[in-house]
Design a protein around this ligand. Structure first.
Ligand code: FES
Length: 142
C-alpha cells in the first residue's frame, strides 16, 4: 500500500468512526447500506419538501387497500437526511393515510435510535415530506 492509499484509508476510517458515533450502530448501518433509496415510477403519492436548510427531500408511496405497500425516497441532503428518509419510509410501510399523518420527526429519530442535535431537523423534514405525500394521496383520491 502506498502513502496515498494509506492516507485515504485512514481518512475513510476516521469518517466512518465519526458517522458511527453520530448516528449510532443502526443509523450507521443504514447510511452504509441505504434501503428504499431511489425515485419511484408512477407512485400513488409523492411528497416533496424543501427544508429551511435548503435540502430537498422526496418520498414516494404505492398503496394497496388504502395502506402503504411500497415506499422510496430521494434527497440531495446530508447523510442524516438520507438515513432519516430511509427510516421514515420504513415507518410508513403498512400504514393508512390517517396513521401516516401522525408520524413525527421524533418517531423517525426513535426508530433510528439517535441523531445528532444539529441534524434533528432532517428527521422533521422526513416527517413533513410524508405529510406532503399524504396530501398528494388525498388530492388524487378525492
Ligand atoms: Fe438539510 Fe439534513 S441538513 S436535511
Amino acid at each position: 500500500m502506498n502513502d496515498l492509499d494509506q492516507f485515504l484509508d485512514n481518512l475513510q476510517e476516521e469518517i466512518f468512526d465519526e458517522a458511527r458515533e453520530a448516528l449510532g450502530e443502526k443509523g450507521f448501518d443504514r447510511w452504509r447500506n441505504p434501503q428504499f433509496a431511489g425515485r419511484m415510477e408512477n407512485p400513488d403519492a409523492h411528497g416533496r419538501v424543501k427544508g429551511t436548510c435548503g435540502d430537498t427531500m422526496e418520498i414516494f408511496f404505492k398503496f394497496e387497500n388504502d395502506r402503504v405497500k411500497q415506499g422510496s425516497y430521494a434527497t440531495d441532503g446530508c447523510g442524516s437526511s438520507s438515513v432519516s428518509a430511509s427510516f421514515a419510509v420504513e415507518l410508513s410501510l403498512g400504514k393508512s393515510p390517517e396513521e401516516l399523518s401522525d408520524i413525527t420527526g421524533e418517531d423517525v429519530i426513535g426508530l433510528i435510535g439517535q441523531l445528532p442535535e444539529a441534524d434533528q431537523h432532517c428527521a422533521s423534514l422526513a416527517a413533513l415530506t410524508i405529510q406532503d405525500a399524504v396530501t398528494d394521496y388525498m388530492n388524487n383520491h378525492k
